[in-house]
Write a protein that binds this ligand. Structure first.
Ligand SMILES: Nc1ncnc2c1ncn2[C@@H]1O[C@H](COP(=O)(O)OP(=O)(O)OP(=O)(O)O)[C@@H](O)[C@H]1O
Ligand SMILES: [Mg+2]
Length: 256
């Protein structure tokens, strides 16, 4: 089973919306998908109540220990992809989800304030040595210059090459996402022929390709020695790493 965690401290960046979109894209790509909601705000549970279809199952789990246990047991139930929606901020449950993630996605709007707000989440992800990518979301249709600035800011924040840490495609701001959420649907159901649905399908393909790459790249467990207390993680992340970050996170060799 592959576990994908959507996390960022910043509220409203699209964690829940993208969880739903990617879950349905993964189902349509042939996966058996489970969705875990660790945010007591309940966006996914509410969406599920409006939803006219049974799949995917959404499991609300708010306690960190239970998140860990569930992520360890789901693979034995035939689930091939689990997607975890987390709350804004840094919590013990988010830390647990990241600990058991195969890949972390950090949704962010393309503004400097939003990008700067991802730093704390990135620290936790790095403390657990997890592969990650940003998803530029709610990107205004017009504004190529701002977008280029945002990508550069992300690249600087992570000290890595844009092409390696920004998922493709970028996701534009489109009403379909909000309308689908209201209807208990995902965009690929609500507006299957739309650009919004196409972007999400392509994003899933990108994530799946990256998951395959990472599965081949990671060959040793390295998280056991890391202390579990979330409050200590950012400080730990600042310590010198025993591994070259880009070499670990990314299969592709670092570019000069
Ligand atoms: N690409 C998009 N285009 C238009 N609207 C979007 C897009 N992505 C998300 N939204 C909308 O932005 C709002 C916030 O999104 P969402 O609830 O997914 O964010 P979140 O990160 O889960 O927030 P929170 O931290 O509060 O849980 C929602 O109304 C959602 O429908
Ligand atoms: Mg949410």
């Amino acid at each position: 089973m592959q576990t994908i965690v959507l996390a960022t401290q910043k509220g409203g960046s699209g964690k829940s919306t993208l969880t739903i979109s990617l879950a349905l894209a993964a189902i349509r790509a042939g996966h058996t998908v489970r969705v875990i909601e660790t945010d007591s705000q309940g966006t996914l549970s509410n969406w599920k109540r409006r939803r006219p279809h049974a799949a995917p199952i959404v499991e609300p789990i708010y306690a960190a220990r239970e998140v860990e246990q569930r992520l360890q047991s789901l693979g034995g139930e035939g689930v091939t992809v689990t997607i975890v929606d987390t709350a804004g901020g840094i919590s013990a449950a988010t830390n647990s989800a990241i600990r058991y993630a195969d890949f972390c996605l950090i949704p962010t709007r393309p503004s400097i304030a939003d990008i700067e707000a991802t730093a704390a989440t990135l620290s936790v992800i790095r403390a657990w040595h997890k592969p990650f990518a940003y998803v530029l979301n709610q990107t205004p249709i017009r504004g190529a210059a701002r977008l280029a600035g945002a990508e550069n800011a992300l690249s600087n924040e992570a000290a890595l090459d844009i092409d390696d840490i920004v998922a493709r495609p970028i996701i534009m701001m489109r009403n379909d996402h909000q309308d689908a959420l209201s209807a208990g649907l995902a965009v690929c159901e609500y507006a299957p022929g739309s650009k919004s649905a196409e972007e999400i399908r392509d994003l899933w393909r990108w994530v799946e390709a990256r998951l395959g790459n990472e599965a081949a790249a990671i060959d040793e467990p390295i998280i056991e020695e890391i202390v579990e207390t979330p409050a200590r993680l950012p400080a730990m992340a600042a310590l010198p790493s025993t591994q070259n970050d880009s070499a670990f996170f990314l299969r592709a060799p670092a570019r000069s």
